[in-house]
Design a protein around this ligand. Structure first.
Ligand code: HEC
Length: 326
């Protein structure tokens, strides 16, 4: 609070100093109409002087000199010399104070200040520079870990792939590359990496979590359940969430045989519990259901934004039967 007031006061002071030339008293300036009059008088005097003689000519000349002198006063004032340094100093001070005010006193989201974000970016860049310079596995790992923590996944992938080139047996790198592949939507390759990694280091909980997610996505419930149970054994942190996942997978594995449960487990999220539609189009009363071969094709291959849903032949039969009754 004190800092806010302090910076605010300094900021206003700086602003005042910077603006003072604009606010100050105006330069004295003669009133314009007189000037025109004097110029006209001068013209007349010039003509008269031509025609006049003796004393009168002298008097007219004297008047001309007087008028000229008066006109002198109306010359536009010489521009004040521009002194850049004081202005630059004051402006600099204002900018600095403004930045200070903005940086230290504006309210921010908890834990998410731009300051820490900038620090993190700088830290990450330093780690990346060092890793690229030395090419040492340790440095690459340090970079990859920090990038992964900060969710800079492109950099994490770059770092861990580089580790794998140097040390193909590095389990952490194999596991993280697997996770990154999975997150990048490449489950086939991800599975290869994750299975190798978890075989080599079954203590690494995060690998089990993602492997379970992967199996679940592929519809391999028993394997998903096994992987998530290993996650819990390894002491993974997201205990409650994973227990719920296991319960869901168990329900799906058991009820997987009748069409309704298959539908609820694999289709309802997008097409609605009663087939009323949602992310995906309405299925209830949809003429496409009269063509089971088309539905089979769509389910197994996916279509447009609908992903392929791998099902066993048994599940598919049950599902098609259920859809026919919708
Ligand atoms: C992730 C969401 C999602 C899931 C899960 C999903 N669908 Fe779809 N489905 C869609 C979307 C989106 C479309 C529209 C695709 C397009 O044509 O671009 C669609 C289209 C369809 C169509 C074609 C409808 C028409 O009128 O053309 C059928 C049939 C269908 N889905 C059946 C199923 C079945 C059966 C399941 C479960 C095994 C399922 N979907 C699971 C999202 C999903």
């Amino acid at each position: 609070m004190m800092a806010t007031l302090f910076f605010l006061a300094l900021f206003l002071l700086g602003l005042l100093l910077a603006l003072r030339p604009l606010l100050g008293p105006k330069e004295p300036f003669p009133e314009p109409p007189r000037r025109e009059e004097l110029l006209r008088e001068l013209e007349v005097l010039k003509e008269e002087v031509e025609a006049l003689e003796g004393e009168e000519k002298k008097r007219a000349l004297a008047r001309m000199v007087e008028v000229e002198r008066l006109l002198e006063g109306y010359r536009p004032p010489a521009p004040r010399p521009f002194r850049p340094w004081p202005v630059a100093l004051v402006l600099g001070a204002v900018v600095l104070l403004g930045v200070g005010l903005w940086r230290y006193t504006l309210p921010r989201l908890p834990g998410e200040t731009t300051v820490t974000q900038r620090q993190e970016a700088r830290e990450l860049k330093a780690l990346a520079d060092k890793a690229r310079r030395t090419g040492e596995v340790e440095d690459l790992l340090a970079w990859g870990r920090r990038a992964y923590e900060l969710q800079a996944f492109d950099q994490a992938a770059e770092a861990y792939l580089e580790v794998l080139k140097k040390d193909p047996k590095n389990v952490e790198a194999v596991r993280r590359v697997g996770i990154l592949l999975f997150m990048g939507g490449r489950p086939e390759e991800a599975r290869i990496f994750l299975e190798i990694a978890q075989g080599a280091d079954p203590e690494a909980a995060e690998g089990w979590l993602f492997l379970g997610n992967l199996y679940f996505q592929e519809g391999r419930m028993q394997e998903a359940i096994a992987a998530w149970e290993k996650y819990l054994e390894a002491g993974g942190e997201a205990k409650e969430r994973v227990e719920a996942l296991i319960a869901m997978a168990k329900a799906q594995a058991q009820g997987g045989k009748d069409g309704r449960s298959v539908y609820e487990a694999r289709c309802a999220a997008c097409h609605g519990l009663q087939g009323e539609g949602g992310v995906g189009p309405r299925l209830k009363g949809n003429p496409i259901l009269k063509v089971p071969e088309a539905v089979r094709e769509i389910v197994l291959q996916g279509r447009g934004t609908m992903p392929a849903v791998p099902l066993s032949e048994e599940e598919l039969e049950a599902l098609l039967g259920y859809l026919g009754s919708l």
